[in-house]
Design a protein around this ligand. Structure first.
Ligand code: ATP
Length: 225
């Protein structure tokens, strides 16, 4: 995905990105303080919000191949299983035999498949939102703080799953998180945002352990990995 001369005014903030390339098939991390524009950028990349100026070239994938796992997952007022099959239903895709059981077992939700989804705990809702976003095999996945409510065991399980899925499907990920250790474990490249601008971009190791800018250096010092 290539972003050129992107401009978007939102409230008091202007997102302004002259150029940013997100290499296909890699896991990217997006870091930055509260309110710097990360979630807004995610919505722009997804095509869920119009740009004021500039272009996004999605290259080999169209907006329909992109999925966003939002900070606060929206679940339909239906059962767990119906929520999971929804992305397939609207695309008229018939799930393979046993596929839904496999996804729900992966998320530890198979026993709860007939339960009313909005009644799940917040961690369970995040797990359901995670698998629901992957079920139609998107090409580009954006995770916006979606894994923040998982218990440590589930978190390791989901991080392993992301690595495994990455090797299998070669899709592109953008992970927004304030948890530096998670970004360090998962990402190939990291982009750091401040006040609507990407002020540093590079290999994870370089940005986290050898940042070029004072701002990123200060941020990293506050969050020892
Ligand atoms: N619909 C909106 N109308 C007005 N202002 C908005 C709107 N959505 C977001 N903003 C403002 O834009 C700024 C960027 O918000 P955004 O959610 O993109 O930040 P963020 O970097 O994801 O923050 P956090 O790390 O706290 O989740 C914030 O100051 C927010 O108040």
């Amino acid at each position: 995905m290539i972003i050129t001369n992107l401009e978007k005014r939102i409230g008091d903030l202007t997102i302004s990105i002259p150029e940013l390339g997100l290499e296909s098939g890699k896991i990217h991390g997006l870091l930055g303080g509260n309110g710097c524009g990360k979630s807004t950028l995610a919505k722009l990349l997804m095509g869920a919000m119009d740009l004021d100026a500039g272009q996004i070239d999605w290259e080999d994938c169209g907006p329909r191949d992109i999925t966003l796992m939002a900070q606060r997952p929206y679940l339909l007022k239906r059962t767990v299983l119906e929520n999971l099959t929804y992305p397939l239903d609207i695309r008229h895709i018939k799930p393979e035999e046993g596929e839904m059981e496999k996804w729900l077992t992966q998320a530890g939700l198979w026993e709860k498949r007939d339960q009313y989804a909005p009644g799940l705990s917040s961690g369970e809702r995040q797990k359901l939102s995670f698998i629901r976003s992957l079920v139609f095999k998107p090409r580009f996945v954006i995770i916006d703080e979606t894994l923040s409510n998982l218990d440590p065991e589930s978190l390791v399980q989901f991080e392993d799953f992301i690595h495994h899925w990455q090797e299998k499907e070669h899709i592109t990920w953008l992970i927004i998180s304030h948890q530096l250790a998670q970004i360090n474990d998962l990402c190939d490249q990291v982009h750091f945002m401040e006040k609507g601008r990407i002020i540093e971009s590079g290999d994870t190791e370089q940005v986290i352990f050898n940042p070029r800018t004072e701002t990123v250096s200060r941020y990293m010092q506050c969050q020892r990995v």
